[in-house]
Design a protein around this ligand. Sequence first.
Ligand SMILES: C[S@@+](CC[C@H](N)C(=O)[O-])C[C@H]1O[C@@H](n2cnc3c(N)ncnc32)[C@H](O)[C@@H]1O
Length: 389
Amino acid sequence: MASEPRFSVRFNENDQVVSLAGVMRPETPAGLDPVVAALNDAAARVRGRLYVNLKRLEHMSFAAHRVFAAALEAALEAHPDLSLTLVTSSVMPWATRRYAPLAARRPRLSVEQYDRAFYPGQGVIESDGLLPVLRAQTSVIWKHERALLTRHGLKPGATIADVCCGIGDFAMLVWRNFAPRRIVAVDHYRPFLEYARTVARDFGGEAIEYQAGDAAALLLADDSFDFVTSRLALQIFDRPADILAELKRVCRPGGRVYVTNEMMGHIYAYPKDEPVTWAYRLIPRMAAGLGMDVNFGPKARAYLEDTGLVDIKVDLLEVNNLNSDLRDFAAVAAGWRDYVVGEVAAATGQTPEVTARLRSALEDFLYIVENRRGFATWPIYVASGQKPV
Ligand SMILES: C[S@@+](CC[C@H](N)C(=O)[O-])C[C@H]1O[C@@H](n2cnc3c(N)ncnc32)[C@H](O)[C@@H]1O
């Protein structure tokens, strides 16, 4: 008996997109007939350019690839005015590589790795330099966030997806403290996932499912999680609404989507408030040049509502040097100094003078964090909403 197809094909005529998803490994070439038929139908109906979206195609066998490539070529032959763009993502590097030779032969066919444009800060975020920063941040935030997670609806035994999970430390803490029935943690940067898997192996969290994926096209089923988290992440994308739509899609009706985001422009320290305030006004402008909004925190409420979530809750999680572990907060401040001066300033083309002034201001911030009479505060907004039943 033929096995069930594990892929789907959909044509959206308004957007002129054929979308493939799942695993394309048919037992015979005929198994690909629905894909070829959808492609031919779409090619006959669109004007100009047809997009073929491969962002959620997890795997395509070589045999399937041959049939599909032949169908693409046939569509171009049959429609001399048609152009084809295959849209891949860096999560599927094989797709980009596999269709490059075809694109080189066929001028009307192009391959576009969409997340290059969508995620302009990628080079700065997907960097090993961020690893110590993420580790220190989670340590200092967890003490406050644990109770907020309960307030925002996380219960023991839930099914959880943590999207943009970074180095997986949050997933590990949730695993230990909330004993979820299932937890899947997704990130785009494989070295972070490797680190996460090693930590999970060493600390008994092997059941955490770490997955390479793209937050804007998750390889997770609709309506499948009780609680979907994405922490300090909407703020790094220039189209956060697209990510929220995906978080909502994988959340079950009645479940909750939970996000945290910074308001860096309100980081404050006293004394030395002048240089520190100058630096934390400049950093959001630098980040904006990389397509990020590190002042996204207070905007989350409106975004959650616009995504169609209800029962919105928002809390201010304030890390300061009186309510937090001083060593952890100092590690965060030192991590920011090194990362902002070393990577963000270079990526945004700051002059040596501005970079030196930034270094000095971020040193001041670290000094205040550690200073017994000083006060330093870092605001993070925690927001969640329920997917309507
Ligand atoms: C600022 S970090 C936050 C990480 C983690 N949530 C935390 O709080 O420590 C943002 C994370 O988003 C990941 N990321 C960026 N683009 C992504 C995408 N398109 N899909 C999934 N993860 C992505 C980065 O690799 C990085 O780990």
